[in-house]
Write a protein that binds this ligand. Structure first.
Ligand code: NAP
Length: 252
């Protein structure tokens, strides 16, 4: 298969890093975005000719044009984007939260994605490319204290549907990657207790202790295969990473 070019956001650790590594293993070029330069540089050091990166806080939409222009300068085209970055914080009940905190969470989880996709549409039309939005079970069900996260993920998941009806030449899917053993789950265990229902918080701790969290490499593998080759019948839809409907994209 000819080498393709992908942007992966939130690629410094966790799921984003797993997706980037899978794409690199399959000989593609990857443009990474996150805030932590040393982690992005470490990936580039391992794959100097296949990786480039921009260190940026995606909550500032002014960085978006430079993500697209830098990817084009480094690799000449864009075949797909994995919109993976995201934050769960603040874990605070509505009554105790501030609108400003919610706006900041939406800047990171939603408006950054909107800005990036809008800017990338001309290139994705040319390549008949693909977009994978990373959704969450929290987009569909409510946990006390997770309002800004769950509602912003619901908005992101619905953005997938809108992009699909407006841009049929681009294939767009939203994927829930499972409860994964990453920093985000550590944050829930270490700092979520005050804002969450005690039994729900305890269930998250228990899933970790009993080793039931998903390895991000497993859901990352499916997401990498989707951004490479999601088929048009999937356009605009949301899936859990391990659903039988994605059987063609699962396995090594
Ligand atoms: N972990 C789970 O159980 C779970 C479940 C369902 C959905 N998800 C979703 O999966 C995705 C990946 O999560 P993860 O578990 O891998 O979490 P993670 O380990 O916390 O990674 C989050 C990534 O997003 C980046 N990021 C955060 N804020 C950013 C900002 N303002 N600008 C640029 N980059 C930013 C982080 O990099 P820097 O800190 O270097 O910027 C990091 O690379 C997220 O969208 C999350 O909502 C996770």
């Amino acid at each position: 298969m000819a080498s393709k070019v992908f942007i992966v956001t939130g690629a410094s650790r966790g799921l984003g890093l797993a997706v980037a590594e899978k794409l690199l293993q399959t000989s593609h070029k990857v443009f990474l975005v996150a805030r932590t330069e040393k982690d992005l540089q470490a990936v580039k050091t391992k794959h100097p000719s296949s990786v480039d990166f921009l260190t940026a806080d995606l909550s500032d939409v002014k960085v978006t044009p430079s993500i697209i222009s830098s990817t084009l300068k480094s690799f000449g085209r864009i075949d797909g984007i994995v919109v993976n970055h995201g934050v769960l914080t603040p874990i605070t009940k509505i009554f105790e939260s501030s609108v400003e905190e919610w706006k900041h969470a939406y800047d990171i989880n939603f408006f950054s994605a909107l800005a990036l996709i809008k800017e990338a549409i001309p290139e994705l039309r040319k390549s008949q490319g693909r977009v994978v939005f990373i959704s969450s079970g929290a987009a569909f069900g409510a946990y006390a204290g997770w309002g800004s996260y769950g509602t912003s993920k619901a908005a992101l998941t619905h953005l997938c549907t809108h992009l699909a009806v407006e841009e049929p030449s681009i294939t767009t899917v939203a994927i829930s990657p499972g409860k994964m053993d990453t920093e985000m789950q550590r944050e829930i265990r270490d700092n979520g207790k005050a804002g969450m229902a005690p039994e729900v918080h305890a269930s998250f701790v228990e899933e970790h202790t009993s080793g039931r969290l998903v390895n991000p490499k497993d859901s990352g593998n499916v997401i990498a295969k989707l951004v490479i080759g999601a088929t048009s019948d999937l356009n605009g839809k949301h899936f859990r990473w391990n659903t039988a409907e994605l059987a063609n994209f699962q396995g090594q």
